[in-house]
Design a protein around this ligand. Structure first.
Ligand SMILES: Nc1ncnc2c1ncn2[C@@H]1O[C@H](COP(=O)(O)OP(=O)(O)OP(=O)(O)O)[C@@H](O)[C@H]1O
Ligand SMILES: [Mg+2]
Length: 464
């Protein structure tokens, strides 16, 4: 992948040299020693991030910021300033700077800030190009995904579809196992036949055999007539045995036999009936482990596992998150007025960072929920469930031993958490003046924040 490009403007060679060392591994770095040169470079060449000192000969950092934002709003600008004039930098952020670095800064922090700025630029572009992305999404049948893991999966499913082998699909809940099974069926020569899905875990044990194989009248109490089972229903087509690990052992024996003989016997009948069914099994438990512990028959495992397919969890293929989010947006927005076009960069970044224990299903639900509450053109971070939204921003460390500029920024942006305020007030024993000073904000701001969270400074006074 191409390295993101960063322009660093400062009149001190030491600073330029420092940035060269910090950034050159991950970025393509260009330097400028005054504001005029920086502007000329920034406007005539393509950079992802511009890092500029505020006080410089030629043009100061504010001019650089305004000119760049006016001509190329997509470029992210980070300003540098002395710690004592942090207030200025906060002003700069109101004018569109992404962030600022207070000198002297920690090189790791500088690197992180610039990485975040570059990431935001990338996400912004992605958000802007959503419709384009949707236009050339990679898909296989109804499965969407552009990660190499999904591309490989699509190849595998294509091969599975071409043959007749039993397919065993493994994967966490919500990863698309059922969709994969449908894809194999609908791309296979059996596509004219039926696709029948059954959840083995959802049928009472006493009914499973008749459900799968059917029964004849009087076979058991309640069997008032002859009935075909799902194997016969799927004759000529495909049968998905979902949650196959839930099958009771005696049924596993019968299933093994049916797979071997390509024949079934209805309950209460001695005659065998031949069926032509392609079986696909799916599981979200580790069947090998189930075999080892005696809960799953080894012979059945090998019968099913002829063509193993693993669906990777979403957190292992984060490249798919933006395309899937766009896909679900496209798919569901019609139901909610249809005016939403994409996600805010913050929202997209939170979606990409979240762990997704519920995988694609959870993502689909989050997008649908957001569509239900949003009416603007972009889904803002606030429309996402809290557990996802918190992934958009770095967490504030309640440890106040060292207040980072980042915390100051968050405070300045009113993005401070309740825990942080509590820790701050505890440390300064309820003194708003000292706490505000330490946090680098006005006393009034701190008062306002405390009030917003329902905190009272005297609660933190010693002896209470
Ligand atoms: N790659 C994908 N592209 C598009 N939609 C997907 C994809 N993967 C999953 N989905 C959607 O996510 C939801 C869950 O998928 P599916 O039911 O196939 O998962 P599953 O693995 O069978 O889950 P479970 O184990 O809980 O039964 C469905 O609405 C499905 O349409
Ligand atoms: Mg399923």
């Amino acid at each position: 992948m191409k390295k993101p490009r960063v322009l660093v403007a400062d009149d001190k060679d030491t600073i330029l040299g420092l940035f060269g060392r910090i950034l050159s591994d991950k970025f393509d770095v260009v330097t400028a020693t005054d504001g005029q040169r920086a502007l000329a470079l920034a406007l005539n060449d393509d950079f992802d991030v511009v890092v500029s000192d505020i006080r410089m000969p030629g043009a100061d950092g504010f001019t650089v910021l305004r000119e760049i934002k006016g001509a190329k709003p997509e470029v992210e600008v980070v300003l540098m300033t002395a710690f004592s004039s942090v207030q200025k930098a906060v002003e700069a952020m109101k004018e569109g700077a992404y962030d600022y670095l207070a000198k002297p800064f920690d090189p790791d922090e500088a690197l992180m800030t610039i990485e975040r700025a570059a990431e935001r630029k990338r996400l912004r572009e992605q958000a802007r190009n959503l419709s384009a992305v949707v236009g050339n999404i990679s898909r296989f049948d109804r499965l969407v995904g552009k990660s190499s893991a999904m591309q490989q999966l699509f190849e595998l499913l294509k091969r599975a579809a071409a043959g007749e082998a039993t397919v065993l699909i493994a994967g966490e809940s919500g990863t698309g196992k059922e969709l994969a099974a449908r894809a194999v069926h609908s791309q296979s020569p059996r596509r004219a036949g039926r696709f029948v899905a059954v959840n083995c875990g959802a049928i009472p044990e006493s009914l499973i055999e008749s459900e799968l194989f059917g029964h004849v009248r009087g076979a058991f109490t309640g069997a008032i007539g002859d009935r075909r089972g799902l194997f016969e229903e799927a004759d000529g087509g495909t049968l998905l045995l979902d949650e196959v690990g839930e099958l009771p052992l005696p049924m596993q024996v019968k299933l093994t036999r049916a797979l071997q003989e390509h024949a079934i016997r209805r309950v209460g009948e001695s005659q065998e009936r031949r069926v032509s069914v392609r079986v696909i099994a799916a599981t979200n438990v580790d069947l090998k482990a189930a075999v080892a512990s005696g809960r799953f028959r080894e012979d059945l495992f090998y019968r099913l596992n002829v063509f193993p397919v693993r669906l990777p969890p979403l957190r292992e293929r984060r490249e798919d998150i933006p395309v899937l989010a766009a896909h679900f947006l496209e798919r569901h927005r019609g139901r909610y007025g249809g005016s939403v076009e994409g996600f805010s960069p913050d929202a997209l970044s939170a979606l990409v960072r979240y762990e997704w224990p519920g995988n694609v299903r959870e993502l689909e639900n989050a997008v649908e929920r957001a569509l239900a509450v949003v009416d603007g053109p972009r889904i803002p971070i606030e429309a996402l469930p809290e557990e996802i939204a918190t992934h958009a921003r770095p967490r504030l460390a309640p440890d106040l031993g060292r207040l980072t500029y980042r915390e100051v920024v968050d405070i300045a942006r009113d993005r401070v958490s309740r825990e942080y305020l509590v820790a701050l007030m505890r440390e300064f024993e309820g003194s708003v003046t000292h706490a505000a000073e330490r946090a680098g904000m006005e006393r009034e701001t701190l008062h306002r924040l405390l009030k917003r969270y329902g905190l009272r400074s005297d609660e933190f006074k010693p002896g209470r």
